[in-house]
Design a protein. Sequence first.
Length: 407
Amino acid sequence: MLANTLTEDRSGSAYIKQSNQLLYTLLKMRVLGIETSCDETAAAVVEDGHRLLSNIVASSMDLHAQYGGVVPEIAARSHIEVILPVIHEALQTASCSWDDIDAIAVTYGAGLGGSLLIGVMTARTLAIAHDKPLYACNHVEGHVYANFLTDIGPTLSRRPEFISGSRAGGNGILKPVQNDESSYMLPEKQPKFPMLAIIVSGGHSQLVLFRNHFDYSLLGRTQDDAIGEAFDKVAKIIGLPYPGGPSVSKLAETGDPLAYKFPKAKMPGYDFSFSGLKTAVLRQAQAEIGESYDFPSIKLSERLSDAQKANIAASFQRVAVATIVDKAKQAFQEFNPTSVVIAGGVAANAELRRQLTEAIPLPIDYPDLKLCTDNGAMIATLGCFQIMHNQPAADPYKLVPDPNLSM
Ligand code: KG4
Ligand code: ZN
């Protein structure tokens, strides 16, 4: 009931802040995080903003794969079907009853309207029914907070090996990940401020400079497609399944990254652009089979050879990743951050990790792959920090989704 006490007392006085800090050191604070912004229904319990007690994700990705992308109505319907079992399992894995939960954190934007609505309405209902304070989280900010998880609860296990060589002083190449849902590779320490966050997901590509918790500036962002979206579109052109990122990067391993000279968009400041690159891939694929600009992209993959596809995947990936890394390096040189973190689904990309390791002279602790893509743990962690930094709780009778929420 710690968080209840805290929200009722949120008068901002120094005395209450001091007592809050004291309470945090004496008691454990557990937050249930709920995430439904796209096609993953996810719930997790995080303790004190750093200890992962559970992380359950149910994905409707298989249902969307046949359509080559997320179908919003199918995603929303799947959320309705599984959200309560997912939350139940998150509590059970964390060995928590509702009495052990201090607050609920939920993603309220950005994302698909129907998907967000299911998460928000579920969180509102549970907050009212179990008398818990409710915290509204920005999905993109949540991705950044996956980097603050450093510890593991008793039902999960810590993977000792490094998946990126950067921390071990290696070459940043990914090692094969154990297919064990309960095993996590976590950094030993939380990142320090000022912190440069490289946010690369299916819906967002942004560089954000955090001076402290909840005190940040957006340095730049994509002016058109997000990098993950570009991976997904290129995957369609070369006939790979949705989601495109993992399949393009897998195929790229066998291709020549210098086979094609795709253009890198020159954008002002820290902004990015990926639509020109995507079009260049389409034109190259059409040229490879001797067809003109109006040849339907959907039929290209039947006519491209395996070697051509692999070369396109590798050449595209090299330039897409370099687009992000060039700007990240520029921001690193200008702002001299103490730590650099990477967030969002594309953080799983091995070539991105390799190029960043070369470009940035700081050891970067990457989140476990299971914490890079959408999950409830990142939202629960952000919720913990909202409480610890006296951010206002949401009204459980009024919170509504904001599909276009920005940072
Ligand atoms: O963060 P996320 O799970 O969802 C959004 O908030 O968008 O990111 C999903 C995106 C998809 O576009 C997917 O293709 C991409 O992350 N992705 C990858 C990789 N794994 C996932 N992109 C490149 N390489 C990967 N290994
Ligand atoms: Zn995401």
